[in-house]
Design a protein around this ligand. Structure first.
Ligand SMILES: Cc1cc2nc3c(=O)[nH]c(=O)nc-3n(C[C@H](O)[C@H](O)[C@H](O)COP(=O)(O)OP(=O)(O)OC[C@H]3O[C@@H](n4cnc5c(N)ncnc54)[C@H](O)[C@@H]3O)c2cc1C
Ligand SMILES: *[C@@H]1O[C@H](CO)[C@@H](O)[C@H](O)[C@H]1NC(C)=O
Ligand SMILES: *[C@@H]1O[C@H](CO)[C@@H](O)[C@H](O)[C@H]1NC(C)=O
Ligand SMILES: *[C@@H]1O[C@H](CO)[C@@H](O)[C@H](O)[C@H]1NC(C)=O
Ligand SMILES: *[C@@H]1O[C@H](CO)[C@@H](O)[C@H](O)[C@H]1NC(C)=O
Ligand SMILES: *[C@@H]1O[C@H](CO)[C@@H](O)[C@H](O)[C@H]1NC(C)=O
Ligand SMILES: *[C@@H]1O[C@H](CO)[C@@H](O)[C@H](O)[C@H]1NC(C)=O
Length: 381
């Protein structure tokens, strides 16, 4: 039931960014007595109901259903990477407290290994101290020459997180609903539509991922393979000289193992291709042999493919758009509403999710102050 009288914040999108933001907004409202009658409504055309391997109708645009996903810090060599690094650190801190609080579904602490054929300077300069200070992740250790897989020249390990993305998003949605959140299943044609989809909307959060038509937004195609393997207890990533990647991400909570993957900007192909699938599977045989020679898996196992997956990462030139857009003159009585944009997370939506959500909450708090002031002024007219 949507309460018609309640002042409402509409969040467009039920991906990891919309969900995390919606939960943070609920907390903002809980902590502000003057907003106790407010509610948050998620409007989306797709919802986290996917069980990979079982029938599903999700589009390849619904990125959060297809993500690996793990947390893998990237050295802050550009402005955008430094901003994402801050969000990642906030997310790591939130993941920690979520796991401590228990009952967390879809999220697991797990060792991570990264190896490189031709590491950039940012990776070469990294130390245990700088890595932990930048990311909040513990246990950083450089691999010895003997531990490095053939062809790689640098490697390290640390304690990270693996996320079974459909399960995790389903859990966030359950938490949102239990906390009083409302949902509307609809395909919006424009953001204007969001402001009238339910009565008394105060402002709109645009977390539509690849969304509708920002010309700066483009897809990065990701081809991964979901297998039935259960022998990995860590996530392993290899960056090759030619720009290709090989990675293994266990999907804890009975989700098999993701073998990846490609990162193909502006590539609109929807179908997986068998050559890539073959390259990915072969690529991890090598990682299994070399990186895991002293630990799991103890036995070579027969791995079968459950599903070949293609997803689109919602990338944006310059990175995620995070700002409030005010329609026309805020002091006029025109009906258009402010929009708080939070889209274009690219390949990092899960690992930066809670940092972005906290920024959304901050912007929302400042926006609500502004809206209160305008209301006060209009009331005096
Ligand atoms: C193969 C692959 C591997 C990845 N691995 C990782 C990883 O290891 N770590 C990591 O952090 N990230 C990873 N990512 C990236 C991650 O999936 C994305 O960054 C993240 O899912 C983006 O979330 P989002 O909420 O912005 O967008 P989405 O998940 O795409 O959600 C957008 C939402 O908006 C809704 N919507 C859009 N348009 C409309 C409309 N017109 N009307 C109504 N609703 C609308 C959609 O239905 C959807 O609910 C990976 C992605 C892929 C494809
Ligand atoms: C290591 O890689 C080189 C070059 O790719 C190859 O010639 C050699 O056979 C490999 N060695 C092993 C042990 O796989
Ligand atoms: C949402 O609505 C669309 C269009 O009416 C429908 O096809 C889809 O099944 C609905 N999704 C859910 C989860 O109800
Ligand atoms: C897309 O952009 C065009 C031109 O900028 C604009 O006229 C149109 O309303 C936009 N459509 C949507 C769905 O936002
Ligand atoms: C909302 O976000 C989408 C990208 O997901 C973008 O195409 C669209 O233009 C945004 N809406 C507005 C009004 O800017
Ligand atoms: C893998 O499958 C082959 C053929 O089906 C079988 O001979 C072999 O024993 C299996 N290996 C394992 C580790 O299960
Ligand atoms: C995966 O599937 C293969 C082929 O069916 C089978 O041999 C193997 O035991 C399965 N692995 C697991 C962990 O179930």
């Amino acid at each position: 039931m949507i309460h018609n009288s309640s002042p409402t914040i509409v969040v467009i999108g039920c991906g990891v960014i919309g969900l995390s933001s919606a939960l943070s907004l609920q907390e903002v409202l809980r902590n502000d007595k003057s907003k106790s009658s407010w509610q948050v409504v998620i409007v989306s055309k797709e919802w986290p109901t996917s069980i990979p391997g079982a029938p599903t109708h999700h589009s390849i645009e619904y990125s959060s259903m297809w993500a690996g996903a793990h947390v893998r810090p990237i050295p802050g060599t550009t402005e955008q990477l430094r901003q994402e690094g801050l969000w990642l650190k906030q997310t790591v801190s939130k993941f920690n407290s979520l796991l401590k609080a228990g009952n967390q579904i879809g999220l697991a602490l797990a060792p991570a290994i990264e190896v490189f054929e031709a590491p950039g300077n940012g990776y070469k300069a990294q130390t245990a101290e700088s890595f932990e200070a930048d990311s909040g992740l513990k246990g950083y250790r450089e691999l010895t020459a003997e531990e490095l897989p053939n062809g790689t020249v640098l490697g390290f390990e640390y304690e990270s997180y693996c996320i079974n993305s459909p399960v995790y998003c389903g859990d966030l949605l359950r938490k949102f609903i239990i906390a009083g959140g409302k949902t509307i299943n609809a395909t919006l044609r424009s953001v204007d539509e969001a402001s009238i989809i339910t009565p008394n909307v105060q402002f709109v959060v645009n977390a539509s991922g690849i969304g509708f038509n920002d010309s700066k937004v483009f897809p990065i195609r990701g081809h991964i393979v979901l297998t039935n393997s259960t022998c990995f207890d860590k996530t392993i990533t290899r960056q090759n000289m030619d720009g290709t990647w090989n990675f293994i991400i266990p999907r804890f909570f009975s989700g098999g193992t993701v073998i990846g993957g490609t990162k193909e900007p502006h590539d609109w192909r929807r179908q997986p291709d068998s050559a890539t699938c073959h390259r990915l599977i072969t690529g991890v045989q090598d990682l299994k042999q070399h990186v895991l020679s002293n630990g799991s898996p103890s036995q070579p196992e027969n791995m079968s493919v459950i599903q070949e997956i293609v997803g689109r990462r919602p990338a944006r030139e310059g990175g995620l758009r995070l700002e409030i857009e005010f329609p026309g003159n805020m002091n006029s009585t025109e009906s258009k509403l402010p929009v708080l944009h939070a889209y274009g997370a690219g390949g990092r939506g899960f690992e930066i999710s809670w940092g972005v959500a906290e920024s959304v909450a901050e912007l929302a708090r400042s926006l609500m102050v502004k809206l209160d002031q305008i209301k006060g002024r209009l009331a005096r007219l």
